[in-house]
Design a protein around this ligand. Sequence first.
Ligand code: ATP
Length: 367
Amino acid sequence: MARVTIESLRKEYDTGSVVAVDDLSLEIDDGEFITVVGPSGCGKTTTLRMLAGLERPTAGTIQIGDDDVTNVHAKNRDVAMVFQNYALYPHKTVFENMEFGLRMSTEMVEDEREQRVVEAAEMMGIGDLLEDKPDELSGGQKQRVALGRAIVREPDLFLFDEPLSNLDASLRTEMRAEIQRIQNELGITAVYVTHDQEEAMTMGDRMVILNHGVLQQTGPPTEVYENPVNQFVAGFVGSPSMNFVDVDVRRDGDRIQLLGPDGRFQFDLSATYADQHAASLTADRYTLGIRPENVSVASGAADNTIEGTVEVVEPVGSDNYLHIDIAPEFIARVESTVSPEPGEQVRLTFSESDLHLFDSETGADVF
Ligand code: ATP
């Protein structure tokens, strides 16, 4: 069983002046596929390296299965890591590269090693490349070898450090599916670091979002997307990013209105919403969040509309991104049939249920 338990994990560098990972606690189920995302420098690679045993934690513990491995050397952990740069031995053949880890870490007899390598190579579709050297292979083939090398070890835990970032877009899509297929087939627990949030959303059973070494949120991609716990997660997950607009709160009896900057709009909360959230809306100013795909252009009469001027129309296949001057980087994602001219005035609407409101000071989600 390879359930992974991380408790209060901390990593400092440079005698404590850099805190790369700060009090991280996380349970990963046996067979679960976890994706770890966050901006550059947020501690993704450091976390992975601690799981691999390549970096010693400053504090905290790591348990794999029933074993506390916090102080166990990398070569004695049942963990396989796949890197962005493939990390293949240039002078060894594909077969030798894949077999090498088995020679190093087990007492396995030659026949069994060979059988494992051949099976893993078949699984990765590189059975006919076993005698080739890495420099004869394409990037995609090299990554298949690196994956094959991880598979032959039959590890308890797969660790991936941005394995697809050197591949072109179409190959990346193909390899994503391949990695998921293999992880599914083998049922191995996997932790997959990426800075590509789309990759994290499509591949992970669960996403882990880090910022400045601190865990922000963990949950299935849809849940994180729909219910971000704070403005950072809301802005990081989803593409294009969620729109943010500063709003003032005006209360008039039981009525609650959200007022946009410079009186640009007023949004009346329904009686149910106002009633539900009145107690938590204690401040005068909040940050309103609305996803580009939840904004539409009003045709005819509609309540709660926002007037804005179209600055740029960006066609992206079946949709247009309308950049509107309501806030810096305010985008409405609409069908390509909705194609106003730059400079045109439009009225935008969105549904109350798609609104998010964040505390302007702390960024915490209010609703
Ligand atoms: P990226 O997406 O850019 O790879 P990351 O999220 O993987 O970033 P880490 O590489 O884990 O982030 O780095 C986290 C922090 O720790 C950063 O501030 C980084 O500069 C620092 N750091 C990482 N390794 C070391 C090291 N060996 N010595 C000193 N500081 C380090």
